[in-house]
Structure formats: C-alpha cells, structure tokens
Design a protein around this ligand. Sequence first.
Ligand code: NOJ
Length: 557
Amino acid sequence: MIETHQTLPERYPETANPDTVATSASDPNEHLWWQTGVIYQIYPRSFMDSNDDGVGDLTGIEQRLDYLQWLGVDAVWISPIYPSPMADFGYDVANYTDVDPLFGTLDEFDRLLEATHARGMRLLLDFVPNHSSDLHPWFVESRSSRDNSRRDWYIWSDAAPGGGPPNNWRSVFGGSAWEWDDTTGQYYYHAFLKEQPDLNWRNPEVQEAMLDALRFWLDRGVDGFRVDVIWHMIKDAQLRDNPPNPAYVNGEPPYEELLASFSTDQPEVHDLVAQMRSLVDRYDQRLLIGEIYLPISRLMMYYGEDGSGVHLPFNFQLITLPWDAKVIAAAVSEYEGSLPPQGWPNWVLGNHDQPRIASRVGRDQARVAAMLLLTLRGTPTIYYGDELAMHDVAIPPEGIRDPQALNMPGVGRSRDPSRTPMQWSADVNAGFSRGESWLPVSVDYERFNVERERDDPHSMLSLYRSLLALRSRESALQVGAYTPLPTGGNVVCYLREHDGVRFLVALNLSHAPTIVAPAHPSVNGEITCSTYRDREGARVEGRILLGGDEGVIVRLD
Ligand code: NOJ
C-alpha cells in the first residue's frame, strides 16, 4: 500500500478571505490542494507510448511526469485504464480493480502513483459507475438466466405490451437504448453502446460492489476520481417515456430529439453521490469530480445538500457557450451567483469528448482562452495538448475509431480529432511512439511540439507555463474575489483581488484592436502577462489598448 499523503507538502497554504471564498476545509482559513491547484487531463491512449505498440501507457505517463511538474500543474486525471474490450476506449470497464495490459500492470500503476506523489502532484482516476462492459463477469452472469443472482444488477425489462422496446429512451450513441436479449427474452438498458449495459444502482449489492471498487483505489493512495456521466446513474423507477424536445433542430443527433427527463438527473441520484462522497471523506483530502452536462440550476444540485455531493461538478460552460464576451461574462456571473455557500467553482476548456479549443476559436484566441481559464476563480482543468494549442486533426473516414461516429454515420460527431497523440518533439510520430500510432499525429507536429516550444518565450507552451506559475504565486488569482468589470465591445474584463493585491484581466475576444477603459477602478498598473508575451512590465495608465485576439493581466497599483 502506498501512503504518501502525510508527507505531501501543502503547496499553497495561503490565508483565505472567508468573505469571498467558500471552502469545505474544516479550518475556513485554509484552502485544500484541489481548490488552489490546477488539474491536467491525460487521455492515456494518446499521451506517451513506452513500448512502441502505438498506444500510450502508464510507464509512458511516468516518463513524462517531469514535464508535467515543469509545466506547473498540480494534479493529473487519467481517463480509464481498467481492463476493457475497448468498445468505447476504456469507458466500457470489464474489471474495476485492475489495469488493462494495454496500459500496463497494477505494479506499474503503483509506481506511477508514487512517482507522481514524489513530485508533489496528485493523481486522479476516472470512475465509470453508470455502466460496465457487456463482458464484465457481472453482466455475463446477469444475462445468463432470469434467476441468476446478478440478474437485477442491470436494468432488464419486458417488451412493451405490443412488442418492441419498453419505452422510447434513446442511446446517446444512436438508436434505441434497449437491446433485446434472446437467451432470456427481455431487453436491457444501455445509455451508450449496447456493449455498455447500465448498472442498476437501485440494487444495494451494486452500490456496495461499486463502493468497494472506489475503496480499492483509495486504499492504494489515489487522490480522487472524475466520475463518468454521474447524472445518468439512476433512472425513473417506472421507466416512463421521455417527452419530445421542443428545441430540437433537424440534423442534431437523434438522442437530442427527446428530453432525457426520465432517463437522467433523477432526485435519487443525490443519495448515491452522497454515499460516494461519504466514503471519500473517510480518507484524507481526496477529491470527487462529477461529469455533468446540465443547465446551471441543475448542475448546482450536485454539490449536494450541505456539501454532501461531489466537490466539483464539472462546469462545461466555456465548452458549450458561443465564444462571445457578453455571453461568457454573463455566464460567469450567473455561475458565481448560483454557487451554494460551500461550493467551490471550476472551469474547463476542453476534454476528450469535445472539439479542441484551438479549433473552436483559433490559435491566437486559444491564448486568450488560456488566460481566461487560468485567471477565473475556481479550479481549472487543462486538456492534454491544449498547452501547445493542438487542434482537431482531420481523420479520413476509413480511419475513424470513435464508436460515436461509427454508430451514427453522418450524424455522430467523431471525437477522434481531439484525441490524437501528444506532440513531444519533431521525431517520428511527434516522439509519442516509434510504433504505428493508433490515431494519426497532426501534420504540423514538427512546428508545434514541446521540445521546440519549451525554450521559446513567445510560444503557447511558455504562455501556459507563465500563467500557471503566476497563478501559483499569486493568491489573488488562486483564491481572490472575482468582480466583473463591464466594458464595451467583445471584451471580458474582471478583477481578482486578495489581501490588498489586485489584478485586472482584460481579454479581447475579437480579432479587432480595442480600448478598454472601465469606469472603475482606475486602471493604473503594470502588465504582468500578455498573451503574445511582448508587453510584460509595460505600464498602463487609465486605459488599456488591446490588440486583436489579445489578453493582458495587469497588476494594479
Ligand atoms: C463520458 C465519457 O467522457 C465519454 O468518453 C464516454 O464515451 C461516455 N461517458 C460513456 O462512458
């Protein structure tokens, strides 16, 4: 067993202002590592391949820990590494308490965990409680006969009275969410692929078995979990039909045609989340993050009554909203205003399911987005490669791997383009692998890679590193109050303030130059960081001239 937590340094023991910061720490003057820190998401298939089979692995991640430490992140979240038939690249788990040989062994995992802790960083796993693989022994048993002791571990139902699926629920990956099972003459429910049957969390034995799985990793010393599709975990007991979605637009995935009112976000889910939380709370400073795509008012419920929910319900607004200053400024204010008293905010620009930020807003604007992510109040999560402004890579139709695209040809957006190998160097396959890489490497990897960018002060990588360093030095940016400053034009502007230190952040979301002159406070100070890295140290007096696609952080006098 690895137990390094006692020896881990508390990296930022800054004094918090209890008026502006909500924390679940027992001492209100202290912030926890996950409140002050920055999380980095690794898609393990694509990060670093140590054995040249074309797929990334745990030892590969270990080899790159020095890079992550140099970059300045505090925690690493790794997408699933468990044994899996890989129908959904690991989100179809066949054993919750082991490592898939493709990624390595449990021993290699322990080594990685120890090496991560030795560098003062934390390690988070991806927990997938909503569904298992259809090859998980639990499901193999469950489908073997109607009277098998594990029958009720999954969601089985008779056909509708006239025949056909029990209700109208759709799979996120296309078609009905119900699959007919010939052997036992019933349907089973799968919110995603038919190879990913949903577990029946109403069954206390399932709850116990899954909590045991969490315990297994917590005892090994992992620092927490990102919990996959947590809002899906429990469904309407009567399996009522979902209503039509009045806002559905033709051409959108068929799943969107209905509102998932009865198949997701049921009131009972919060008891399950509280169970997970109370288990995690028995350990020292572990973290639960919930993957949740819901409107803000519903999202807030996942903090739980009196903070009994997840620590961080993922906030995806910077992914889902149009890149427009007014929209974003309003969303930040609404989010800040909706947080429960104990709720700590968080922000995400990208992940393995979404188009890359550099493709959504462009390479220059991605710098502005980085500045936004790393100066808002709340825990930021960086998606691997975004620090190089990696963009979506076009994959030819015959090369598509993502089941979301393969299952819904012409409709399902492929997620492959944002999952391509990390660009380490100008070597073959960008230094990711000497084998045949499972997805193609971006053609521009010789220009955009870690080796080339790390010593170039103007590179995207250097910008990320400077922003991370600034954030970790300045408690105003980590825990300071957030005050929006309305300005004209397509500019997002705000103050971060703590203990008399004030930073003004001004971000031009348009390509045209503009002038920022907020009425209050007087904008006198020094530029600490600019997205093009060419204005550091310059004075501003009264107003700020911003180039197109430029952002600045000003330390006010
Ligand atoms: C959300 C994950 O992020 C995604 O990659 C996966 O396909 C679905 N959940 C199903 O597990």
